[in-house]
Design a binder for this molecule. Structure first.
Ligand code: KG4
Ligand code: ZN
Length: 358
């Protein structure tokens, strides 16, 4: 039985997010009013592998999902029977991880007799800037920068989005994580590299800034990663059939490491601001720039986007730190928005490794 509140703008929605290495649950009243948001990270479990191990991730989600849901309900001061709907991030992500969240969401929706709403994680990152904040204005220029995506969107509404630019190889967050591995500064790489770069000279090294002549709104990060590797460790020589690097990252001084990090950041972020400018030139009706995804936590990107928005005389909508990286508040929020527009899913909802939009 559907709750009487199910399609109202103030529906009480539980959101569940398990697409990668964060187990998260949140309760929202309507699309923007966050009552609770709980995130259990698995960084400690994946650290020794310098990346997310899918099998370990799904097992950890299984162990954590119920305690995390309970904590979100407790923090919001609500009980299960007060919920109007369950929203779940069902794509894109690691399939085994997604399935844990999708199964939990289906079981809850079925048991409680309330609607289930499947949410695309990439679109949810674009919704994050509206949490506890103003509505967006449309059309908007959307940017998602995360471990899996580097994408530009023309947004006509929160759900009517057109992909206009994307990476042709690595995502920017992936490049940050690999750069951190090359510099041997630990996992997760993005935040660590961000901190180290604060003390570096961003002009110390002239890393390639990708320019795709025929696809001016697209991105490429694999060349930058290789350029950093060779700059840090030297050009490899072949010895006994193996590639051997003449230098080791362990020999770098703190200042050298900081200079590499700062120069990497300059080359990684420049294509983002440049392509946003190009996209807005192509779509002059855009009324604001909306950013989301883990890399929007980056201090240099935040500064550069703020400067760009000021120069272009457009508002910049960017989430506070807690809602940049993966969380379930953005899932519940977009779920509430979809619900208010009359959209629900049935129990055949499946998980998918691919986004519907990127
Ligand atoms: O959105 P997210 O939490 O997960 C995905 O949807 O992928 O993004 C995770 C990515 C990781 O690659 C992480 O290194 C990066 O966001 N990240 C950062 C920072 N904080 C997180 N990258 C650069 N600077 C940061 N401060
Ligand atoms: Zn994400």
């Amino acid at each position: 039985m559907a709750s009487p509140n199910a399609h109202a703008d103030d529906a009480l929605v539980l959101g569940i997010e398990t697409s990668c290495d964060e187990t998260a649950a949140a309760v929202l009243r309507g699309p923007r009013d966050v009552l609770s948001s709980v995130v259990a990270t698995q960084h400690d479990l994946h650290e020794e592998f310098a990346g997310v191990v899918p099998e370990i991730a799904s097992r950890a989600h299984l162990e954590r999902i119920l305690p995390v849901v309970r904590a979100a309900l407790r923090d919001a001061g609500v009980t299960l029977d007060a919920l109007d709907a369950i929203a779940v991030g069902h794509r894109p992500g690691l399939i085994g991880s997604l399935l844990v969240g999708v199964s939990a969401a289906k079981s809850l929706a079925w048991t409680l007799g309330i609607p289930l709403v499947g949410v695309d994680h990439v679109l949810a990152h674009l919704h994050a800037a509206t949490l506890n904040a103003e509505l967006l204005t449309f059309p908007a220029l959307g940017l998602v920068v995360s471990g899996g995506h580097t994408s530009l969107f023309l947004m006509r509404s929160a759900t009517n989005v057109e992909s206009i630019g994307r990476t042709i190889d690595d995502a920017i967050g992936e490049a940050y994580d690999k750069a951190a591995t090359i510099l041997e500064i630990g996992y997760p790489g993005g935040p660590k590299l961000d901190a180290i770069a604060q003390h570096g000279d961003d002009r110390a090294h002239d890393f390639p800034i990708a320019y795709l002549k025929d696809r001016p709104l697209h991105f490429s990060y694999s060349g930058l990663k290789t350029a950093l590797l060779y700059a840090v460790r030297g050009t490899p020589v072949s010895r006994d059939g193996e590639h051997v690097y003449p230098h080791a990252a362990a020999d770098l001084s703190d200042q050298q490491r900081a200079d590499f990090a700062a120069s990497f950041q300059r080359a990684a972020i420049r294509p983002i601001t440049r392509n946003i400018k190009r996209a807005i030139a192509q779509h002059p009706a855009v009324t604001c720039i909306v950013a989301g995804g883990g890399v929007t936590a980056n201090s240099r990107l935040r500064d550069d986007l703020a400067t760009l928005a000021r120069d272009m005389n457009l508002p910049l909508r960017i989430p506070p730190m807690d809602y940049c990286v993966d969380n379930a508040a953005m899932i519940a929020g977009l779920g509430a928005e979809l619900l208010a527009s009359g959209h629900t899913d049935d129990l055949s909802l499946s998980a998918s490794p691919r986004s519907s939009v990127a």
